[in-house]
Ligand binder design. Structure first.
Ligand SMILES: Nc1ncnc2c1ncn2[C@@H]1O[C@H](COP(=O)(O)OP(=O)(O)OP(=O)(O)O)[C@@H](O)[C@H]1O
Length: 261
């Protein structure tokens, strides 16, 4: 288990409920995330993990409850507001531009940071040119950090799946997030790819101090890298605590056995 030093509560989820018609995707969920923490959300299929992430990043509007980010409380935020406040996200099903190069995909994550107007950018003159240079340098740093220099100009669609997931992480990092939401970053990966991704997640957390909220099905990875784990089942919270506590929680064991995990 990790011995990382975590800080104050940065994200506080309070009594969140979410319905889709008759389906209660989330019922009265509360938990918090501390600064610099790696916080995992686990649970069997359909437990409500992605729905929870979608409430945090403003894709879904909870029917009840609130979310406090750095002391400011919201009943609903839109996705752009959330991004501007420093929350970035990767997706379960990759949402990359497959025909575009690695560099351009990661650069697309910098859009929110680009200040000059579109005309100046198109003409690449004056401040716009200097600004673009600064962004390109930042993107190159991410590429070095993720060890994907050899594929800088390769169209993302031609890369193996594990590397595509790494580019997806790079695009989220391009936003210089304070909080990074990762939706199943290891899904579909082989063992070596999972080990690489785990290492990058830990490095992002340790080198940049980024707070990480992670949904992941691979229990080995979750137990290895998380500071604390929240467990959902049928939209309800059934466990919350450090990995060793959650692993021994009878309700959690029952939920996983019942789901055939
Ligand atoms: N857009 C939607 N419309 C209707 N129902 C939805 C929608 N999204 C999720 N649900 C339902 O909400 C519940 C929780 O789904 P969610 O995808 O959040 O679970 P999950 O834990 O992320 O599952 P998985 O591990 O399979 O990704 C499920 O019953 C699901 O069918």
């Amino acid at each position: 288990m990790s011995t990382r030093k975590t800080g104050e509560v940065i994200l506080d989820i309070q009594n969140i409920s979410l319905r889709f018609g008759g389906v209660k995707a989330l019922t009265d969920i509360s938990f918090n995330v501390k600064e610099h923490e790696i916080r995992s959300i686990i649970g069997p299929n359909g437990a409500g993990k992605s729905s929870m992430l979608n409430c945090i990043n403003g894709v879904y509007t909870p029917s009840e409850g609130s979310i406090t980010f750095r002391g400011k409380t919201f009943s609903h935020m839109n996705s752009r507001q959330v991004a501007e406040m420093g929350v970035a996200r990767t997706f379960q099903n990759l949402a990359l531009f497959k025909g575009m190069s690695v560099i351009d995909n990661i650069m697309s994550g910098r859009n929110l940071k680009i200040k000059s107007n579109i005309l100046l950018q198109a003409l690449r003159i004056g401040p716009a040119e200097r600004e673009e240079t600064r962004h390109r340098e930042f993107v190159e740093k991410i590429i070095d950090f993720l060890e994907i220099q050899a594929f800088r100009k390769t169209p993302v669609g031609q890369l193996p799946y594990g590397l595509q997931k790494r580019v997806d992480l790079g695009r989220a990092l391009a936003m210089e997030p304070q909080v990074l939401l990762l939706d199943e970053p290891m899904a579909g990966m082989n063992l070596e790819e999972k080990q690489d991704m785990s290492r990058f997640i830990i490095d992002v957390n340790e080198e940049f101090g980024t707070t990480i909220v992670l949904i992941e099905h691979d229990m080995g990875v979750v137990m290895d890298i998380s500071d604390r784990v929240v467990v959902l089942d049928y939209g309800k919270k059934i466990g919350d605590g450090p990995p060793h506590e959650v692993r021994d929680n009878e309700e959690v064991i029952r939920a996983y056995l019942g789901a055939g995990h």
